[in-house]
Design a protein around this ligand. Structure first.
Ligand code: SF4
Ligand code: SF4
Length: 101
């Protein structure tokens, strides 16, 4: 299995700018109203509001050319609190190895 060097960086070198928005494939529940446009909102099996995801799993609000959030100013609370360099962040970066294989 091949690995991508930038996915194995020490915590201090982990940055969203050297990451392909790995965390933007996670399910994002909308637990507060931050102003996310309705076209990006879906309803989950339990009636809760979540960010809409495309068939390939990426958040519908992600710009696929720049891999940047198109609604950054009004992004959900969960996205705001997802901490760069956290164990969860590292997990997501590591998990992306699969798409580069
Ligand atoms: S928070 Fe972590 S996983 Fe998300 S884009 Fe930034 S570096 Fe990548
Ligand atoms: S709303 Fe923005 S930051 Fe949150 S998952 Fe979607 S693209 Fe990523």
């Amino acid at each position: 299995m091949s690995t991508i060097p930038h996915l194995q960086l020490p915590t201090a070198d982990i940055s969203c700018s050297n990451c392909a928005a790995c965390c933007c494939q996670l399910e994002v529940m909308l637990i507060t109203d931050t102003g996310v446009p309705q076209r990006f909102i879906d309803t989950d099996d339990w009636g809760g509001e979540v960010m809409r995801r495309l068939d390939d799993g990426w958040c519908a609000a992600l710009d696929r050319d720049s891999m940047r959030c198109t609604i950054y100013e009004v992004r959900p609370l969960i996205c705001r609190e997802f901490e760069m360099g956290s164990p969860e962040c590292r997990d997501e970066r590591g998990g992306m190895n699969g798409i580069y294989r």
